[in-house]
Design a protein around this ligand. Sequence first.
Ligand SMILES: Nc1ncnc2c1ncn2[C@@H]1O[C@H](COP(=O)(O)OP(=O)(O)OP(=O)(O)O)[C@@H](O)[C@H]1O
Ligand SMILES: [Mg+2]
Length: 266
Amino acid sequence: MRPPLQPNRDTDNTLLAVENVSLRFGGVKALTGVSFDIRKGEIRAIIGPNGAGKTSMLNCINGFYHPTDGRIIFKGEMRRKMRPHVAARGGIARTFQNVALFKSMSTLDNIMVGRSLKMKAGFFWQLLRYGPAIEEEVAHRKVVEDIIDFLQIPHIRRTPVGRLPYGLQKRVELGRALAMEPDLLLLDEPMAGMNLEEKEDMARFIIEVNQQFGTTVALIEHDMSVVMDLSDRVVVLEYGRKIADGTPEQVKSDARVIDAYLGVAH
Ligand SMILES: Nc1ncnc2c1ncn2[C@@H]1O[C@H](COP(=O)(O)OP(=O)(O)OP(=O)(O)O)[C@@H](O)[C@H]1O
Ligand SMILES: [Mg+2]
């Protein structure tokens, strides 16, 4: 168990603030008046039963959806109708509940796609493999190779990701997000469908990313033991509303959380 962060009233420590966010799809209220913050350097878990609005929340944070009401403030700036590529350039990277990679492309090329956001040379020059683009690509490739080493996947760097077992695909997807060198890394069920060993590996990588690179992490996860071990603070959603927010210890013993989530098999 990680030591809990000290209570902090210093607003400079807030990387992202979700304020009173609601999201509706026609008659469906995916989120209703949700507020919470993510502090710089922490691992923040978002938990809750199926359909609670967890993925919708991440989609609002990275601009896939725009809240019907409320606002999201990232690095002190309000983000209104921010598009996903703008969020990515601003330092928000994510992985998806269902792995979203180019299946016929290699591990290396998939991670390079994440890196392309950082490349200055235009797509046209990259296609022509012209002077500055080549130099730039060499430098970026080095970063990508470092990520591949960090994630201990050099043996699959040339393998089309569609041929990899699911657990490794999830790791490649993490690599693609890391290639953006994000300030805030959003992970939607990074360990879903993994066996115990794969889960332990993924947990270790998440902790190392957080500690070595200082990356702030927000993750959705159903495995409560993982949540308890990894996260500094946990926000709990149910039917689109926040029902608890606190340290893993506080949340674990909250009666509403036990009723809503922990007491029932997922
Ligand atoms: N694009 C959409 N159009 C219509 N309804 C949506 C859309 N996205 C999400 N919803 C609805 O919003 C609610 C919250 O869904 P969401 O996917 O955010 O839940 P979740 O907590 O991530 O669930 P799970 O644990 O199953 O992944 C659900 O009722 C869902 O059907
Ligand atoms: Mg989801």
